[in-house]
Ligand binder design. Structure first.
Ligand SMILES: [Zn+2]
Length: 303
């Protein structure tokens, strides 16, 4: 609308100028005023142009999507797959590096970006509270002292198409957890109760449920409907490198893939429960299951 007014005013001024210089009848609008008006409009328009992109970028912390494994796990760097990373780590290689460690003293410190708007921040706090209300040993605590609380998760407000993702476990110093907030309200969005908790449970130290060593007894994988280069997202891990803490396989876990994740043909499943559990919907949970809670409490038992 502003652009239209601006163009119209410029046009009026131009015509008036031509009429004045050619001796044609004067305009109802004083051309001088029209020019001033149009200049103001043009200036406003240009300033909007120059201000808008930076105002836009100030809404977000992040515009990049890292290489992700299993759809939402960051931080495997030189390792091609999570499996390679875990195996390297479990054999003691890179122990001082990067990946998947428990939070010392059972405290996961976090900060929340100032860029989140009120209702988003409220949801993040509620998700954190939900985890804290169910855990007996682990505590998620807002970071207040940068000198002492050196390792922490910074929850950032990601720009469009940056995804929902986290590292697995404590990696040292500041580590990011990204929650994408799209440019338009109808686009996919990470600031949902279940999604926030899912990413936080990665940060606490867990992989997806279907990565479990025993998963082939409980789900089928439709390899034909998964691109070759995506198949590593369906790897399972050896019991020497991950543990389910003796908990039963949980199709209802908040950490389980959905039936069509990574599908070539989106109308055909890629992972589904074995017939005995065929009525259970996978990948739809919005809350932690009993098994999710038990596993966190077994990883971080009370004193
Ligand atoms: Zn995940």
């Amino acid at each position: 609308m502003g652009q239209f007014v601006c163009l119209l005013a410029t046009l009026v001024a131009a015509i008036a100028f031509v009429q004045r210089t050619t001796g044609a009848p004067a305009f109802a609008i004083d051309p001088g005023k029209a020019v001033c008006f149009s200049i103001i409009q043009v200036k406003t328009f240009l300033s909007l142009l120059s201000v808008h992109p930076s105002a836009f970028s100030e809404q977000y912390d992040n515009f990049e999507k890292p290489e992700l494994l299993e759809g939402d796990i960051a931080g495997f760097g030189k390792y091609r797959t999570a499996k390679e990373a875990i195996e390297a780590l479990s054999s003691g290689v890179d122990r001082n590096g990067y990946y998947s460690f428990k939070w010392e003293n059972k405290i996961l410190y976090y900060t929340i970006s100032i860029r989140f708007i009120d209702w988003e921040r409220e949801r993040i706090h509620r998700a954190i509270e939900d985890i804290n209300n169910h855990t007996t040993g682990l505590r998620l605590v807002e970071r207040t002292d940068a000198t002492v609380q050196r390792n922490y998760v910074h929850i950032q407000r990601g720009g469009p198409n940056t995804g929902c993702w986290s590292y697995v476990g404590q990696i040292g110093e500041r580590q990011f957890l990204n929650l994408e907030v799209p440019a338009y309200p109808t686009a996919p969005h990470c600031v949902h109760h279940g999604t926030i908790m899912h990413e936080l449970i990665h940060a606490i130290g867990f992989f997806h449920e279907q990565s479990r060593t025993d998963r082939d007894e409980y789900v089928d994988i439709n390899w034909d409907n998964i691109e070759k280069h995506q198949q590593h997202n369906f790897e399972k891990y050896d019991s020497s490198v991950i543990t389910a803490y003796g908990q039963p396989y949980d199709h209802s876990s908040l950490m389980h893939y959905g039936m069509y994740d990574f599908a070539i043909n989106r109308s055909i499943w890629t992972i589904r429960p074995k017939p005995l559990w065929e009525d259970i919907e996978i990948g739809k949970a919005q809350n932690m299951s009993e098994v999710d809670i038990n596993k966190i409490n077994l990883m971080y038992p009370p004193q």
